[in-house]
Design a protein around this ligand. Structure first.
Ligand SMILES: Cc1ncc(COP(=O)(O)O)c(C=O)c1O
Length: 381
């Protein structure tokens, strides 16, 4: 299989699985237990915390383990709102992942006022409009660092600086950014930041939320006193060990591998341009993740192409994995002014450090074959 759907999830690095294995077997202690088995588990947990902190340039005691991006986002938003009950305004963008989008829709139903900042045709936010949207009653700003569908990057550092100056809590959804662009919380004043291990060659169902001290964030899940009372429930020790190793490996690989991945993505795009001169690329080309490309092949149905590519052993995506069951065109492309017809012809290919140079011509050949078959069978639209 040629796996070019790395924004949906990534293959675990074999070293991640190896590190997790003992904790799925004989190292089964509960990190809260005051005996030897418990101490081993506690040690593994704290090692992983240090690895995640180093990966993000954060202090160790600010790292909270969660079940992944969705839980981190819910903890951040619900917590920030509960901590400031007098503030009822939330600022976000029109291109958030459904984890944030659907939570903010729910908040609006509960009576919070939500400002959805629009984007231009390249998927970029208007910075002046952002600054104007901030108000004295704004409880939290939540912004995706890198959009999962187009890879477009938002200017998180600049946005967080303005929010910080105005003493407004800023949450960055870095689920797609982590491992692909450098994140240094020593430099970027975000107050809350979410990551998920499975997007950078770690296991699924585990992630972290960085919480700057002094926010007074109440827990989303109440129960036992785990994670210093900030997140109840016995910790997912094997998953957290995997997250820590994945973070350490991603931190080392990033400066070397991401330039190489950019090269693969760019070579793939130039091949697409040659084979499909009418292809329309989505997202600002100079301000996006190194690994992502999203484009429409006018007249061809993306679902048909995806199925054809799948038969040829190439995995890609239409829209985002979480919404591909929906018949509606992607809300992200729609926010960029892409029409329904063009959105339904749009494919996303996302590379990773495990992608190889040989896969680029092979994927292009498969795309050519799948599109030719679709045209021949009259399934284009
Ligand atoms: C930008 C972004 N945020 C949040 C999430 C949700 O993460 P998880 O599926 O780990 O809960 C995803 C997953 O695709 C994502 O791409």
């Amino acid at each position: 299989m040629i796996y070019l759907d790395n924004n949906a999830t990534t293959a675990p690095d074999p070293r991640v699985g190896e590190a997790m294995l003992p904790f799925l077997g004989h190292e089964f202690g509960n990190p809260s237990s005051p005996h030897a088995a418990g101490r081993v588990a506690r040690g593994a947990l704290e090692k992983a915390r240090a690895q995640v902190a180093a990966f993000l340039g954060a202090a160790e005691d600010t790292v909270l383990f969660t079940s992944g991006g969705t839980e981190s986002i819910n903890t951040a938003l619900r917590g920030a709102l509960a901590a400031q009950p007098e503030k009822r305004h939330v600022v976000t963008s029109a291109i958030e992942h459904s984890a944030t989008k659907n939570l903010c829709r729910q908040l609006a139903r509960e009576g919070y006022e939500v400002t959805w900042l629009p984007v231009d045709s390249g998927g970029c936010l208007d910075f002046t409009a952002y600054v104007q949207a901030l108000r004295p009653d704004t409880a939290i700003v939540t912004m995706v660092w890198a959009n999962n569908e187009t890879g477009v990057l938002l200017p998180i550092e600049e946005m967080a600086c303005v929010a910080d100056e105005r003493r407004i809590v800023f949450h960055a959804d870095a689920v797609q950014a982590a491992g692909k662009v450098e994140i240094d919380l020593g430099r970027v004043p975000v107050h809350l930041l979410s990551i998920a291990a499975h997007k950078f060659h770690g296991p699924k169902g585990v992630g972290a939320l960085v919480v700057r001290p002094g926010l007074g964030l109440p827990p989303l899940l109440r129960g036992g006193g785990q994670e210093g009372g900030r997140r109840a429930g016995t910790e997912n020790v094997p998953g957290i060990v995997g997250l820590g190793v994945a973070a350490a490996l991603a931190g080392v690989a990033l400066p070397v591998e991401m330039p190489r991945v950019t090269g693969l993505r760019d070579e793939f795009e130039s091949g697409v341009r040659t084979c499909f001169p009418d292809a329309r690329f989505h997202g600002n080309p100079s301000y996006r993740l190194p690994n992502t490309t999203n484009f429409a092949l006018p007249g061809l149905d993306a679902q048909g192409l995806l199925a054809g590519l799948d038969r040829l052993g190439v995995a890609c995506s239409i829209g985002s994995a979480c919404t591909s069951g929906e018949v509606d065109a992607s809300h992200v492309l729609r926010a960029m002014g892409v029409g329904d017809e063009e959105a339904r012809s749009s494919l996303r290919f996302s590379f990773s450090r495990m992608s190889t140079a040989e896969e680029v011509p092979a994927a292009l050949a498969a795309l050519g074959q799948a599109s030719a078959r679709l045209r021949r069978d009259g399934l284009g639209h």
